[in-house]
Design a protein around this ligand. Structure first.
Ligand SMILES: O=C(O)/C=C/C(=O)CC(=O)CC(=O)O
Ligand SMILES: [Ca+2]
Ligand SMILES: [Mg+2]
Length: 404
C-alpha cells in the first residue's frame, strides 16, 4: 500500500500513474510529472535526488517533454513505472519524496509531448452510420470501404492544444440551405469525444508495423475532443475529407495514461464481419473498456463506450503503416468519435441533437443543438484497473470564445 494517503482508493492511485508536463508559479520551467492521488510528483527532482550520473533514462526524465522518454521503449517504460510504484510504497521514502510533490490544484499542465503527425480515424460503426445518415441521406449510411479498412484522415498536428485552452469559434465558407455560398463564423460548432494514442517508438520508412507489435510502439492513451465545425465541414469535405472544419483546434488531455496501466481493462473487441485482410488480423484481438463521459456546461449528456468501437488501435496502427509510412516519436492517432448504440452514448452533438431536430436539455433549463459562445465541454473517462480498482483518465476541457 502507498504511503501517500490521497492515492489510496484514488482513480489516480499507484496502479495508474499517468505522465504529464507541468510548471508552477514558483518555477515556470516545464518538467515531467507523474500524477498520483491529488499530487504531482516532480520527476526532475526524483532524478536529481538520486545517485545516477545522467544515464539515458534519467536524462530523458529530466526533459521538458515526454518525447525522449517515450522513445526509449516498453522495457524502460515498465522499469520506470515499477520503480515509481516501489518508491511510492516504501515508507522510508515517504519523507524525502513528499518534498517532491505539489498539489495538482497548484500546477499548470501543458501539452505532454511534442506532437509529430496527427491522424484521426473514423472507427465507431454507430458514429459512422449516424453521420452517413445525416450527411448523405440519399446513400448507404456506411461507405463500401468502411468494414474493410479503418478510414482515417491526416489532421493538423500544430493545432493540437492542451486541455483548458479556450477555443475560438472558427470562420469559413459554407453553403446555406438556399444554396448560397457565404463566409462567416460557424453556426454549427460541435465536439467529438475520442480516445487518442501516443506513439513512443518510431519505425523505418518502407517497413510496416504488425497488429501484434502495437505495444512495442504505443506509449499511452489520452482523451481527445476533436472540435468540428459541421457547416464548414459539410461544404468542403467531398471528395478529400475533413479539412478546415476540424483543423482550427483539437484538444487533448494533459495526462497520458501508460498502456501498462490499462492491462486490466482489456476486453474482447467486437467481432468483424466480413473477415478482414491478413494484415489487419490480430493475434490477440482486444479493446479497452473505457467509458467516456461528456459534460456540456456541467450537465452530463452522454456516456460513449469505447470497448464497442469496430476498429481497434492495433488495427489502426497496422493500417497507417501498411504502405511503408514511418512512425515518429510523438505521432498521435485518435480513434474517431466514440458513439454507442444508445442515444445517450453518442459522442457528438450533431448526433445527440440529430442535426438540431432533437435539442439537448441542460440542467439550467436551456436547450442546445450546437455550441454557443461561452459553453464549456468536458470529456472524462473511467476504466477498470487491477484488483477492483478504477482508473480515471485525465479530462479534456475547453470553452468556446466568440469568433475573432
Ligand atoms: O462521414 C463524414 O463525412 C464525416 C465524419 C466525421 O466528421 C467524423 C470524423 O472526424 C472522424 C471521427 O471522429 O470519427
Ligand atoms: Ca474526429
Ligand atoms: Mg479538430
Amino acid at each position: 500500500m502507498t504511503w501517500l494517503e490521497s492515492a489510496v482508493d484514488s482513480p489516480y492511485g499507484i496502479h495508474h500513474l499517468p505522465y504529464g508536463v507541468f510548471s508552477t508559479t514558483d518555477n515556470p520551467a516545464r518538467r515531467l510529472g507523474v500524477r498520483v492521488g491529488d499530487q504531482v510528483l516532480d520527476l526532475k527532482l526524483v532524478v536529481t535526488s538520486g545517485t545516477c550520473a545522467n544515464c539515458e533514462t534519467c536524462t530523458a526524465l529530466s526533459s521538458s517533454t515526454l518525447n525522449d522518454f517515450m522513445a526509449l521503449g516498453p522495457e524502460v517504460w515498465s522499469k520506470v513505472r515499477t520503480q515509481l510504484q516501489d518508491a511510492l510504497t516504501d515508507e522510508t521514502l515517504a519523507e524525502p519524496m513528499s518534498r517532491m510533490l505539489t498539489p495538482v490544484a497548484d500546477v499548470t499542465t501543458h501539452l505532454p509531448f511534442t506532437p509529430a503527425d496527427y491522424v484521426d480515424f473514423y472507427s465507431s460503426e454507430h458514429h459512422a452510420t449516424n453521420l452517413g445518415r445525416l450527411f448523405r441521406p440519399d446513400g448507404d449510411a456506411l461507405m463500401p470501404n468502411w468494414k474493410h479498412l479503418p478510414v482515417g484522415y491526416h489532421g493538423r498536428s500544430g493545432s493540437l492544444v492542451p486541455s483548458g485552452t479556450d477555443i475560438v469559434r472558427p470562420q469559413g465558407q459554407r453553403r446555406t440551405p438556399d444554396g448560397e455560398i457565404v463566409f462567416g463564423a460557424s453556426a454549427r460548432l460541435d465536439i467529438e469525444a475520442e480516445v487518442g494514442f501516443v506513439v513512443g517508438v518510431g519505425s523505418q520508412l518502407g517497413t510496416r508495423v504488425a497488429t501484434g507489435d502495437f505495444t512495442d510502439h504505443v506509449f499511452g492513451v489520452t482523451l481527445v475532443n476533436d472540435w468540428s465545425a459541421r457547416d464548414i465541414q459539410n461544404w468542403e469535405y467531398q471528395p478529400l475529407g475533413p479539412f478546415l472544419g476540424k483543423s482550427f483546434a483539437t484538444s487533448i488531455a494533459t495526462w497520458v495514461t501508460p498502456l501498462d496501466a490499462l492491462a486490466a481493462s482489456r476486453v474482447p473487441a467486437p467481432e468483424q464481419d466480413p473477415a478482414v485482410l491478413p494484415y489487419l488480423v490480430e493475434p490477440d484481438r482486444y479493446a479497452y473498456d473505457l467509458t467516456l463521459s461528456v459534460e456540456w456546461n456541467g450537465t452530463k449528456v452522454s456516456s460513449p463506450p469505447f470497448a464497442g468501437v469496430y476498429w481497434t488501435p492495433a488495427q489502426q496502427l497496422a493500417h497507417m503503416t501498411v504502405n511503408g509510412a514511418s512512425l515518429r516519436t510523438g505521432d498521435f492517432f485518435a480513434s474517431g468519435t466514440v458513439s454507442g448504440p444508445e442515444k445517450d452514448q453518442r459522442g457528438s452533438f450533431l448526433e445527440l441533437s440529430w442535426s438540431g431536430a432533437e435539442p439537448v436539455k441542460l440542467d439550467d433549463g436551456s436547450t442546445r443543438d450546437f455550441l454557443e459562445d461561452g459553453d464549456t465541454v468536458t470529456i472524462s473517462a473511467t476504466a477498470p484497473g487491477p484488483r477492483g480498482t478504477t482508473i480515471g483518465l485525465g479530462e479534456v476541457t475547453g470553452t468556446i470564445r466568440p469568433a475573432n
